[in-house]
Design a protein around this ligand. Structure first.
Ligand SMILES: [Zn+2]
Ligand SMILES: [Zn+2]
Length: 984
């Protein structure tokens, strides 16, 4: 009976995601995997034909992969509309594949229950930076399960050679950015793997549908057909029957090797305007017939409902119970013989558990007479109890009682013994006496504490990138400051080992240990049951890394000396002698300080620092995270330009845990260039943290400026987690839009409030002459291409936009910025670059100093709009995805080569160029020809460029090359090339 209930519940609650499928599909969910894979394959194929053409990411990935372009001479349609080529169809979002769309099938595996190796392992996502919840791997030879997929999971798995393509199921213990921030990137990476792409089953409580709905705005449907939610659904007009407050565990997986079930945990304040409702499932299913399109039927609100605080989506949490089957004892033929049995079918009957009559004696032979003792299957719990309020409920869950030990610590008759419990609950909850007591109820279970705590912060999880950071820091600490988390040694924290319950001593029975990266608990073979620390990586002190560097490249010591002299001598007197081959760098006119742009005159070190948080394209990799630029304006706050997955983790690596919190508090605006996942999937995590940090503090919602597809995503996502933000479309922050706005503010007295003001009115104004005082004459020449572009009457702009622009202007003013102007670039539909200009300042002797100007290209082909916007810029941060030799790929994928990026900067007369967004083909350092790079430097993750150090920036480049002299290689491995085919 419980089985049927579970089945109903599972089927019904997952219908919002599976609505196009027939109800029979739900049966496959709890059946043996083989059958359900094949069923799914058929259905996903069927579904796929219905995928509408607005699935640009998927279509794009099918088109013009690197391999294809190499194999064909003219594989990609090119149109020369300007002096630089670009893929027009792609830029307009029209490129379609001639191949059939991918079906992203699930893998099919043959399972073996007994002879498998099995363990659970901590994948330390976020453990050094405390930005996300750690993941847990449940491993079997033929099946892999991962619990939670926070930001950074891909990077961690790449680093530790854990193949994500082998993962069959991902389970979420909660649905929020902390536990699922890495999911969008992961789904996209899997979808981009191999010729056909891959998919994975994703499981989560019913509020997962909000996340899935949101992700649809930038992830192809095909990548998400295997997402399933379970458990009671939230409904604002439905009530929960008290009797079903704690339903039986929901069985999600039940095959030969493991049974995984979920127990839903809700915070105790469940009465209110929104209620959790377990709905009448089968009833609905049968009423609606076979098409499976069951509309959400809500029961009327029961009249005796009290009001209280409401349950929000995202409040639901899940306890996962993983039970491995028992291993039956061995059949003993000698015993059977002694009891008068002949070898034959009766042996088999006994092994199947049936009693048989003896052949030679007048007795019944029972299985227990001839079978050795069976070994109970290990049981693993994953517990995520996020708040004290959840804890109250946790303590009263009835279905857990069969797992509790008695007072002597032994399991009562019929009870199951839990082998290992992994606690994802935060240290603050774990340390409460109620939680401690609850832990003790599991007798001898091994407890692994993996929730948020400060214990492992000194140990960088991403050792490879930490190693490079330490080397860069040795060579040039000015541009590569020591990572922030090393300084956490001074932080005063208490490790959970030292946590003692507030009353009474901790029971000796309660074995507890703090989680560490890659710590294992072996489940099979039985002989090895228990903790296994062999995989835990050893730590490497920064001093060791430097020792290793000095023995590998001895000349680096001199190089570091030279670099430090840039800060100690004026550039006129520097005679730079390079390294052992005595290459002398001849003094170039560009080194002359006379070229210093006037905005840098007497610049202060607390004016502006540009921190390149992520400098790789496509997906987070071992050495380079995805796009994010942190604009640090010190006391005036900060901005983020793009916000790829792991941006928060990178901020914490740069500034430390507290420093990053301050950085997030100080954010004034986040600007996103375009909808590709490598540019925005870190946004939700940052915004959710900001909301938490500012709780109870008076503040304004943060302004997020982005392409219109991003609004769709954020609107949908905010049903899950409040992000406390206001959205402004990039297209409303173009030069023409700002001009229109200035026109509105000028004519406020004349126009009646509430009336929409359209661009036509503004065009009239424009034809009379420049509008608005903030017009930057150096930005775009009057009568230029861009000016005529702006005059197109394409934007209706109403009071909402005007109000947003007004708050934007206020925000900019507070940040000491004069303007933030977005401009169209050539990459995908709604792709933008951005220009920031600081307000002018007055120096010590009363002279007016113009403000600096920064331009960020986003992803783009070189284009006139970008060149015009970059005119006279102080710094141009330009993407350089490909090396010069890969021009064809750059054109096909609407990216730039290194040379093209430098040319854009040169032709716009910018002072300094920083290249970024390198293809993951170049794991450590991209390939470049430095002949024309006199004013250019290449970016590395965490590179921090203070405005005051700009004159020195290009001089460091040859030394960086020296640092990587043994590592200028291209990674041609399949994974990387596959990754390069993804939309980026
Ligand atoms: Zn892109
Ligand atoms: Zn990109």
């Amino acid at each position: 009976m419980p089985q049927v209930t579970n089945l109903r519940l599972l089927f019904h609650s997952s219908f919002p995601l599976l609505s196009p499928f027939k109800p029979s599909l739900s049966l496959s969910v709890v059946s043996k995997p083989k059958r359900h894979h094949s069923l799914f394959t058929v259905l996903s194929l069927k579904r796929h034909r219905k995928v509408p053409p607005q699935s640009p990411n998927l279509a794009r990935r099918n088109n013009s992969t690197l391999r294809e372009s190499k194999g064909r001479d003219k594989g990609v349609p090119m149109e020369e509309t300007t002096n630089v080529g670009f893929n027009k169809r792609r830029a307009e979002g029209r490129d379609k594949s001639d191949r059939p769309l991918k079906t992203l099938q699930l893998k099919v595996r043959t399972l073996n229950p007994a002879n498998t190796i099995s363990y659970v392992q901590i994948l330390g996502t976020g453990m050094d930076t405390q930005d996300t919840s750690p993941s847990v791997l449940l491993f079997f030879d033929k099946q892999r399960f991962i619990f939670n997929a926070g930001e950074g999971l891909q990077r961690f798995c790449t680093e530790h050679k854990i193949k994500l393509s082998k993962i069959d199921h991902i389970f979420l213990s909660r649905v929020c950015s902390e536990t699922a921030g890495g999911l969008p990137g992961l789904l996209l990476t899997l979808a981009g793997m191999g010729e056909e792409g891959m998919s994975v089953n994703v499981w989560g409580p019913s509020d997962m549908k909000y996340l899935v709905d949101a992700m649809r705005s930038f992830i192809p449907n095909a990548a998400m057909v295997h997402t399933r939610s379970f458990g009671p659904t939230l409904s604002n007009v439905a009530a929960i029957p008290e009797s079903s407050k704690f339903p039986d565990p929901i069985v999600l997986i039940d095959d030969e090797v493991v049974k995984i079930s979920a127990i839903i945990l809700q915070p105790s304040c469940f009465e209110g305007s929104q209620h959790v409702n377990e709905e009448p499932i089968m009833q609905n299913a049968s009423e609606k017939g076979l098409d499976g399109r069951i509309d959400h039927v809500s029961k009327p609100l029961s009249p005796n409902r009290k009001t209280g605080s409401a349950i929000k989506p995202g409040d639901m949490s899940v306890i996962y119970v993983c039970e491995l089957p028992e291993i039956k004892g061995k059949f003993d033929p000698a015993k059977a013989m002694a009891l008068g049995l002949k070898p034959g079918p009766k042996y088999r009957e006994l092994q199947l558990g049936n009693s048989v009559k003896s052949d030679r004696q007048n007795i019944m032979v029972h299985p227990s007479d001839v079978m050795g003792p069976s070994v109970p299957g290990p049981i693993v719990f994953l517990v995520d109890c996020p708040t004290e309020s959840h804890l109250e409920e946790l303590l009263s869950i009835q279905s857990l009682s069969s797992y509790y030990a008695d007072h002597s610590g032994n399991p009562p008759d019929g009870a199951k013994t839990v082998t290992c419990i992994i606690h994802l609950s935060p240290a603050s909850v774990i340390s409460s006496s109620n939680y401690q007591k609850w832990m003790e109820r599991f007798g001898s279970a091994q407890h692994i504490l993996a929730g948020h705590e400060m214990r492992n912060v000194e140990i960088p999880i991403l050792k490879s990138s930490a190693r490079i950071a330490a080397r860069l820091n040795y060579l040039c600490p000015q541009f590569f400051p020591a990572p922030g988390f090393w300084s956490l040694q001074q932080l005063n924290y208490s490790a959970p080992d030292s946590i003692t319950p507030s009353e009474g001593p901790v029971s000796k029975l309660c074995e507890r240990i703090s989680a560490e990266n890659l710590l294992k608990f072996t489940l099979r073979p039985y002989a090895h049951l228990g903790l296994d620390r062999a995989c835990i990586p050893c730590t490497m002190a920064p001093s060791k890394i430097i020792e290793e560097l000095l023995s590998e490249i001895p000349e680096i010591e001199d190089a570091a000396q030279h670099v430090s002299q840039f800060w100690h001598r004026s550039s006129e007197t520097v005679e730079t002698t390079l390294m052992q081959d005595n290459d002398v760098v001849v003094e170039e006119p560009w080194l002359n300080e006379n070229n210093l742009p006037s905005c840098l005159e007497n610049i202060r070190r607390d004016d502006l620092e540009i921190v390149l948080l992520g400098t790789g394209s496509s997906q987070p990799s071992k050495y380079r995270n995805v796009s994010s630029v942190y604009i640090n304006l010190f006391s005036k706050g900060s901005l983020l330009l793009d916000c790829g997955e792991g941006t928060l983790g990178q901020l914490k690596r740069r500034y430390g845990v507290e420093g990053a919190d301050n950085a997030v508090r100080g954010l004034r605006c986040i600007w996103i260039s375009h909808i590709h996942a490598d540019h925005h999937t870190g946004l939700a995590r940052i915004l959710a943290l900001r909301r938490n940090l500012l709780e109870g503090v008076p503040h304004e919602p943060i302004l997020v400026v982005g392409p219109r597809q991003l609004k769709k995503y954020l609107d949908a996502y905010q049903r899950l987690e409040d992000l406390n933000m206001q959205f402004l479309d990039c297209k409303h922050t173009t030069k023409s839009s700002w001009d229109s706005f200035e026109g509105i503010t000028e004519s406020t007295d004349r126009s009646s409030p509430g009336s929409p003001i359209n661009a036509e009115y503004m065009n009239k104004k424009n034809s009379d002459g420049p509008v608005g005082q903030s017009t930057d004459c150096t930005l775009f020449a009057r009568g230029s291409r861009m000016q005529s572009y702006w005059k197109r009457p394409d934007s209706q702009f109403d009071n909402t936009v005007a109000l947003l622009l007004k708050s934007m202007k206020k925000v900019l003013g507070e940040a000491g910025l004069e303007v933030l102007i977005s401009f169209n670039v050539v990459h995908c539909p709604q792709a933008f670059g951005v220009m920031l200009k600081a307000a002018e300042r007055i120096n010590g002797v009363g002279k007016v100093i113009p403000g600096w100007k920064i331009v960020y290209s986003g992803d783009t082909r070189p284009c006139p709009e970008l060149i015009e916007a970059s005119r006279g810029a102080t710094v141009l941060i330009h993407e350089a995805t490909f090396e010069d030799g890969m021009h064809e790929e750059a054109v096909a994928r609407n990216h730039s080569t290194t040379k093209e990026a430098v040319e854009v900067g040169n032709s716009a007369g910018v002072y300094r160029i920083i290249l970024t967004h390198f293809s993951q083909r170049y794991p450590k350092i991209p390939i470049f020809d430095e002949t024309h790079m006199h004013k250019t430097c290449i970016a590395f993750d965490m590179m921090s460029v203070n405005m005051a150090d700009l004159p020195v920036l290009p001089k460091v480049l040859p030394y960086l090359k020296l640092l990587f002299k043994n590592e200028m290689i291209v990674d041609e491995s399949d994974d990387v090339l596959d990754a390069a085919t993804a939309a980026s």
